[in-house]
Design a protein around this ligand. Structure first.
Ligand code: UGA
Length: 433
């Protein structure tokens, strides 16, 4: 099939590359010239394991192309995916101006090619009613009703494992009343062998927000239980395991830690809270999910400060700044707030992250960027694990103890074995252990 993808962020680029890999002819459009230049130069603009290989392979075979020219990109395309950003505004309401802009540009671009019926697929996480709004833009721009269909087809891939999530989805949600469009998408996704859920546009839009809010709820739930574990002498990792084996609960998203961050869960929860309020529904639970998430960071910082007592001239080694392992994304990462609060107390920060390097300096100029765990812990009065990168699970603790000034470990992701760590002479503080 001939496909055009508008937006080359995580969702757009992974969708484009994977659909090209399935044998489709894909053109990815982005108005960001630098981004397109990077892609045309055989690189990708962010760190995502496995993605570069697919981009290169399909660019070489000409199944995948990149352009800044929307009119050129949509030429001849039967399926047009919109995968642009919908960032949160201050009150949580999603900013859909990029979708409106694309809707207008698209209607102008396809006007000259009226004979071809287009299927417009909204992949961006977009508020309920966005599909209807894009349809209105088309109608207002005199595109005849029978010449297009709008489908809401939210994406559920996670950064860091985006390619495998796209290729093996738990389900595919197709939201549209247009049967021909639904059939075309079912055909496109057939090779993925996934269960397809057919719903209305509005339900599809809400499914995405509800899914992310539910994942956030699981995380805040386990973090709330973690709060009492240490006091009781129980271990939250055991609780997660013990409840997660119940199929009705499920083991995923039950890892206690510093809470959820990133470009999606916080934004989508805020959007859902805003939506409920706008319809005079009280988002009691959702607001609590957000409050618990914020309190995880507060509690963690307070514990560090309490242990260090006098914070002047103290140094802390921060391990990991990305919002989770496997990505170089540190939007809404717990590390940002934790580091800023520690700096505000006069503490010096030494940071090591396996993939994020110079960007840290832009956000936290006073931080010392280190090339390894061992460089970061040199002379440190405490070590704080903020992101559970695999290499932190196997670091040489004896060597670390030797290099540190004082033996305090704050394990924000519960990746170390408290018994082993304590046996080496460290004072260990985890989350709910
Ligand atoms: C999330 C959803 O998981 C995807 O399904 C969705 O497609 C995506 O948002 C999106 O809307 O685009 P992502 O933001 O990549 O994916 O990250 P997650 O893997 O969901 O992790 C989110 C946060 O939760 C991370 O900060 C992670 O550290 C935290 N987390 C996750 C926990 O604290 N505990 C857990 O058990 C799991």
């Amino acid at each position: 099939m001939k496909i055009c993808i508008i937006g080359t962020g995580y969702v757009g680029l992974v969708t484009g590359a994977c659909l090209a890999n399935l044998g489709n002819k894909v053109v990815c459009v982005d108005n960001n010239k630098e981004r397109v230049a990077i892609l045309m130069g055989g690189k990708i603009p962010f760190y995502e394991p496995g993605l570069l290989e697919i981009v290169l392979k399909n660019s070489k075979s000409n199944n995948l192309r990149f352009t800044t020219d929307l009119a050129h990109g949509v030429k001849g395309a039967e399926l047009i995916f919109i995968a642009v950003g919908t960032p949160a505004s201050k009150n949580g309401k999603p900013d859909i101006s990029a979708i409106i802009e694309v809707g207008n540009a698209l209607s102008i671009a396809i006007k000259s090619d009226k004979k071809k019926r287009r299927i417009i697929i909204i992949k961006s996480t977009a508020p309920v009613g966005t599909g209807k709004m894009v349809a209105k833009i088309f109608k207002d721009n005199a595109i005849p009703q029978n010449m297009f269909a709008i489908v809401s087809n939210p994406e559920f891939l996670r950064e860091g494992v985006a390619v495998s999530d796209f290729m093996s989805p738990d389900r595919i949600v197709i939201g549209s009343v247009d049967r021909r469009a639904c059939r075309a998408l079912a055909k496109l996704y057939r090779p993925l062998n996934a269960r397809i859920v057919y719903v209305s546009n509005k339900s599809a839009e809400l499914i995405k927000y509800a899914a992310n809010a539910f994942l956030a709820t699981k995380i805040s739930f386990i973090n709330e239980i973690a709060g009492v574990c240490a006091k009781l002498g129980a271990d939250i990792n055991d609780i997660s395991h013990g409840i997660g084996l119940d199929k009705r609960i499920g083991k995923d998203f039950l890892k206690a830690g510093l809470g959820y961050g990133g470009g999606c869960l916080p934004k989508d929860l805020a959007a859902l809270i805003h939506l409920l309020k706008a319809h005079k529904c009280v988002p009691r639970m959702l607001q609590s999910v957000d409050a618990v998430n914020k309190s995880q960071i507060n509690k963690f910082v307070s514990k560090i400060i309490a242990v260090l007592r006098n914070t002047k001239n103290k140094q802390i080694a921060i391990l990991g700044v990305s919002f989770k392992p496997g990505t170089d994304d540190f939007r809404n990462a717990p590390s940002r707030i934790i580091i800023k609060r520690l700096i505000a107390r006069g503490i010096k920060i030494r940071v090591y992250d396996p993939v994020i390097k110079k960007e840290i300096k832009l956000v936290i100029p006073s931080a010392v960027i280190c090339k390894s765990v061992y460089e970061a812990v040199k002379g440190a009065d405490a070590l704080a694990i903020i992101t559970e990168w695999p290499e932190f699970k196997t670091m040489e603790l004896k060597k670390i103890k030797f290099l540190m000034n004082r033996p305090f470990i704050f394990d924000g992701r519960n990746i170390l074995d408290p018994k082993k760590v304590r046996a080496l002479g460290f004072t260990y503080t985890g989350i709910g252990r």
